[in-house]
Write a protein that binds this ligand. Structure first.
Ligand code: NAD
Length: 421
């Protein structure tokens, strides 16, 4: 979920996804026809979304729902409300969802949706009207066994509740058509912090296998929203030292570790800028990348670790991609040459979609799980995926990203083949 939609360069997101595809496809010698099949989306739906505004004007927004691949199951992926959510961006994100669901072995394919609207400029009534109008236009391709949306930038649990209501008007009560819902409408315990929790499980497992141990290690985080905020909170609870964080308005640095519980209350709960919190030195956003640390965690925007950052001066042991596509291919190469492992987004930030899957299962069975049960299953799923990737990294001497993508590609290609392609 997001309250501050950042300006993500959509073409760049698409380009990042494609370049990585070819490197992994070469590793598993994927046949040419399969590359063509897996690169192209299964279905792209473009809709015009008419909405009556508070001043009685009719505004028409452009919306997309792209189902990239459904060979392994119904397609799954968030809906983003952002002025820059164009077809390239939505396709790049839908494609990543295919690899993410395959890598963590969920019975889902990948999809994504977007409406080109700035939710901050809408009244609550207009926000609901955009959601209902978009849902009604795409509802023909949605369904618990077809395509299941979830929140993304600019949307949240309330938006999911409106989608559930709008879809259910036609199909009857259908909670499993959407995930990330409020708990009282069939949402899952643990969903809000699931992405951050999954990142931490991956870090703990990495720390088990390699240096540095989590407790006492130094962490730097870009972003203090759903992912970055909960990440800081959980890592602090595990004994790590969060030495610097930023949000859209600037950041804060304290060599001895920031006092995270009151900062979480200030910046996450009360939605105040991180830089207005006492207990650290104010820093500019760009200064974050060069602060010495063990774990460098982008948890805000795509494409931020790029050639404009002085990559030779990054002073970390591991990059953990909590955000989607934060590292450009050029930066990825430099980090590989420097021997800094990059734990890729579609492995480490898969906790959200994993718990979305649990929510879908709970809805279909009409049987809610305890928080303990959710976290146990999350831990099992994400660490199993981590172990599979680590084995390939060690066997083939490739990067974590290449190994993860190769595993995902292999699984989707196998499903396509078994279905007759
Ligand atoms: P969010 O909107 O809740 O938080 C984003 C944070 O980034 C905010 O603190 C914002 O101030 C900050 N930010 C924006 N621009 C910045 C800048 N220039 N410099 C520093 N900070 C900046 O979003 P979120 O849900 O936490 O998502 C963050 C990232 O994680 C996105 O890339 C998203 O696609 C990815 N992701 C989220 C989930 C999830 O479950 N929320 C799941 C998988 C991946």
């Amino acid at each position: 979920m997001s309250s501050t939609p950042p300006a993500t360069p959509s073409m760049r997101t698409g380009a990042i996804v494609k370049n990585q595809f070819d490197i992994a496809a070469d590793l598993i010698e994927l046949p040419e026809y399969m590359r063509t099949l897996l690169k192209a989306p299964f279905r792209t739906v473009t809709v015009e979304v008419p909405v009556r505004m508070d001043d009685d004007r009719i505004e028409v927004y452009r919306g997309y729902r792209i189902q990239h691949n459904g060979a392994r199951g119904p397609t799954k992926g968030g809906i983003r409300f952002h002025p820059h959510a164009d077809e390239h961006e939505v396709l790049g994100l839908a494609t990543t969802m295919t690899w993410k669901t395959a890598l963590v072995d969920l019975p889902f394919g990948g999809a994504k949706g977007g409406v080109q609207v700035d939710p901050r400029k809408l009244s609550k009534r207009e926000y609901e009207a955009v959601t209902r109008s978009f849902t009604s236009r795409i509802s023909i391709i949605l369904g618990p066994y077809r395509d299941i949306p979830a929140p993304d930038m600019g949307t949240n649990a309330q938006v999911m509740a409106w989608i559930l209501d709008e879809f259910s008007k036609r199909a009857g009560y259908t909670p499993a058509v959407v995930t990330g819902k409020p708990i009282s409408l069939g949402g899952s315990l643990g969903r809000e912090e699931a992405t951050a929790q999954g990142v931490v499980y991956c870090m703990e497992t990495f720390a088990r296998d390699y240096d540095p141990p989590l407790a006492g290690s130094k962490v730097v985080i870009q972003g203090f929203g759903n992912v970055g905020g909960h990440l800081a909170r959980i890592l602090h609870e595990k004994g790590a030292k969060v030495v610097a964080v930023t949000d859209v308005d600037g950041g804060l640095h304290n060599e001895n570790g920031l006092d995270i519980p009151p900062l979480f209350q200030h910046a996450y709960v009360e939605r105040k800028p991180v830089s207005e919190f006492a207990g650290g030195d104010a820093i500019a956003n760009e200064a974050l990348w060069h602060i010495p640390c063990d774990w460098l965690i982008p948890a805000a925007l795509g494409g931020v670790i790029n050639k404009e950052v002085d990559l030779q001066r990054l002073d970390c042991k591991v990059v953990v991609e909590a955000a989607n596509s934060p590292t450009t291919p050029i930066a990825d190469k430099v980090l590989e040459e420097r021997g800094i492992p990059v734990l890729p987004d579609f492995l480490v930030n898969a906790g959200g979609v994993i718990v979305s899957y649990f929510e879908w299962v709970q809805n279909l069975q009409q049987h809610p799980w305890s928080l303990d049960h959710v976290n146990r299953e999350l831990h099992a799923k994400i660490t199993r995926a981590y172990d599979t990737v680590r084995t390939l990294v060690e066997e083939r001497g490739v990067s974590w990203r290449t190994a993860a993508l190769a595993i995902a590609l292999q699984r989707v290609a196998e499903a396509e083949q078994l279905r007759g392609h």
